[in-house]
Design a protein around this ligand. Structure first.
Ligand code: HEM
Length: 404
């Protein structure tokens, strides 16, 4: 079970005692449109009901992404140079034009290539893990998923992959002392972003000289309104894909293994029934809700659930809460690998719905099918260590033993 812990939101702290899902359930029941003040007259709205999230996600004209989608800096915040250039922090019409270009890289062929690489990586990593009788699943097996993706999408070599994975991990984990690379959290955040952009700038130069069939080469060939994409558009969107791809699936995979450990009857059912795989994967996405929330900024005064939200205020959409909303999911607090239907919001919804959803599904499917078909049983072998982050529900260490 989750121990008492704090979820800090930007400069404020939302204290969550015991199971955070109990707090979110209370907010859904009693204060579904909740103002979290910061004491200086500022603050943000927290929406926790499925129906409110679905409405806001679908109205980008009223709820803008241009000021950034995370509280307190990760990705981008404020209307900085990435606004309108990077998918995740742009609004229509720029968002649609950028997304059309990026979409050309997210094809069935891309998913096939990712699947091939990931299957290879996972097989080798699980072989080693089983031979050793276990280890830290979070650091020894889970990173094999984004490693396969980076190889397939950007055609990076082994050293580049290791380097980039370290940078994105530190960027998203910049609040966590274990992952900090600079003097402090803000130096880590700034420093890692600069290094990631440098890495992609170098890659752009290489691909200009020798184009391939990777995403950078594709974006170099792309045009928006008859003009080539600018270098900064390409850089920011490579950063977006790298961070989105690296820092989600490994945390989902690790939290999925923990969910199986905590629900042995579901794990047993899963081992016995191969047909459960597709619904099991969706339930893992719902249950783990790795992206706890996304942020929007109101572009006008607007009412939600009888509460007035003023123009310019921050509105946070709690996927982790909506995915346990009883109004949408019967018996929502039950981890049920056969759950169907399961229209979870782990990938968001509407115009910004995760562009990497298909490769992410493929990665999680490949991993859990490997674990299932080998009849593996996991047991905790030490404390579960969670990432200190205000938006990523991540497990950074999961020591386990594994037996057949
Ligand atoms: C467990 C896996 C994943 C989860 C839970 C997840 C979650 C999300 C969510 C909630 C959004 C919507 C953000 C918003 O509305 O502001 C999003 C967008 C995005 N994701 Fe993912 N993601 C995952 C995997 C991936 C992968 C594998 C990639 C890249 C290969 C990726 C790249 C992106 C990008 C580029 C966007 C921005 C899309 C846009 O703004 O149009 N994600 N993701």
């Amino acid at each position: 079970m989750v121990k008492t812990r704090t979820i800090d939101l930007g400069d404020t702290e939302l204290f969550v005692s015991g199971d955070p899902h109990a707090t979110w359930a209370r907010l859904r029941r009693e204060r579904p449109v909740y103002w979290n003040g910061t004491g200086d007259g500022d603050g943000f709205w927290a929406l926790t009901r499925y129906r409110d999230l679905a409405r806001v996600y679908r109205d980008p004209a009223t709820f803008s992404s241009e000021q950034g989608t995370v509280m307190g800096g990760s990705y981008r915040s404020g209307a900085d140079s990435a606004s309108g250039q990077m998918l995740i922090c742009s609004d229509p019409p720029e968002h649609r034009l950028l997304r059309q270009q990026l979409h050309q890289g997210f094809t069935q062929e891309m998913v096939r290539r990712v699947s091939h690489r990931v299957a290879e990586n996972v097989r080798e990593a699980v072989d080693r893990f089983v031979a050793a009788g276990g280890g830290d699943f979070a650091t020894e097996v889970a990173p094999m998923l984004p490693a396969g993706l980076l190889r397939a999408v950007f055609d990076l070599d082994h050293d580049q992959i290791r380097h980039l994975l370290g940078l994105t991990r530190a960027m998203i984990g910049h609040r966590d002392p274990e992952l900090q690379t600079g003097r402090d959290e803000s130096m880590t955040l700034v420093g890692t972003q600069v290094e990631i952009l440098d890495l992609f700038a170098e890659l752009i130069e290489q691909r200009r000289r020798r184009p391939g069939d990777d995403l950078v080469s594709l974006l170099l060939r792309s045009e928006i309104n008859g003009r080539p994409m600018t270098e900064s558009q390409i850089l920011y969107n490579c950063l977006n894909v790298a961070v989105g791809g690296d820092e989600t699936t490994p945390y989902t995979a690790t939290a999925g293994v923990l969910a199986l450990i905590e629900h042995p009857e579901q794990a047993e059912r899963f081992r016995r029934d191969a047909d459960l795989l597709p619904t099991a994967v969706e339930e893992i996405f719902r249950w783990t809700s790795t992206n706890a929330y996304v942020r929007r900024t109101a572009t006008r005064d607007v009412e939600i659930g009888g509460t007035l939200i003023s123009r310019g205020q921050s509105v946070t959409l709690w996927n982790a809460s909506a995915n346990r909303d009883e109004e949408q999911f019967p018996d929502a607090d039950r981890f049920d690998l056969a759950r169907s239907p399961n229209q979870h919001l782990a990938f968001g919804i509407g115009a910004h719905k995760c562009i990497g959803m298909n490769p992410a599904r493929a990665e999680i499917t490949i991993l859990f099918e490997q674990l299932r078909s080998r009849g593996l049983r996991f047991a905790l072998a030490g404390p579960v260590e969670r990432l200190r982050s205000n938006f990523m529900l991540g497990i950074k260490h999961l020591p386990v033993t594994v037996t057949r």
